[in-house]
Design a protein around this ligand. Sequence first.
Ligand SMILES: C[S@@+](CC[C@H](N)C(=O)[O-])C[C@H]1O[C@@H](n2cnc3c(N)ncnc32)[C@H](O)[C@@H]1O
Length: 279
Amino acid sequence: MLSYRHAFHAGNFADVLKHAVLHLTMEHMVRKDKAMTCIDTHAGAGMYRLQGDHAQKTGEYQEGIAKLWQRDDLPEALQPYIDHIKQLNPGNTLKTYPGSPAITQSWLRRDDNLYLYELHPNDHKLLNRQFERRKKVRVAQSDGYHALKALLPPPSRRGIVLIDPPYELKTDYQQAIKAIQNGYQRFSTGTYMVWYPVVKRGFIDDMVKQIQRSQMRNVLQIELCIQPDNNEFGMTGTGMLVVNPPWKLKQQMEEVLPYLVKHLGTADSSFSLKQLVEE
Ligand SMILES: C[S@@+](CC[C@H](N)C(=O)[O-])C[C@H]1O[C@@H](n2cnc3c(N)ncnc32)[C@H](O)[C@@H]1O
């Protein structure tokens, strides 16, 4: 248990999709003056060194962010994400990659709060070191699913929740959906994002059914498949389920997904964008 380290995967194609969606969601949230609460149930280490041993061992970021960050024909909707990457990497070498905590934190205003949960002792230590001086950010080495129950609804009744488990355990597929279902019952106007890998299509189909059978309304499914589905060879694609997405997100993804297929994929790659449940 707890063998997953995100440092091996930081900046890969799945992070590109997840982090582009996270930026667009945050950009939308800060348009209103009202304070918000952000919750990241599976936070990881917060920031990653792409020249470090972990990232260099897999080289996954070379097939993700490395292919995009210096392009000059980006769709407008990828700009906030790529601007953040460029800000962290002022030279010509890609050295630093922000995880979801650093992305969310980059949008926080004076009255917003960010809650981060990370179980792995090493990643928790790194995360804590990064945020210990930030008054509006709280870091805990505890179960993010469990913590979510106590935090919803947030006092300001505005907030986002990111659920990004490692899926080392097959139970994560149902647990992630159960967590947003429970959250939705207490806070139905919140925005919930669940990230998932496409490893076995059956697991995703079950998640979708679980959502369609629930009370949740307004659910968008965003998917980027680098290879066709294949139940045997690891992660071939990635997706996000977004409950109460920003109203422009679908339209923005219509522009982003074909671009990602073109620049990160091959002739066999594909995307899909579905309104799973109407408003
Ligand atoms: C995919 S990584 C997170 C990456 C991060 N959200 C990002 O986008 O930069 C998943 C993390 O969840 C942690 N984890 C696994 N189960 C957890 C749980 N029940 N509660 C909190 N953290 C957990 C793992 O140690 C791992 O660091």
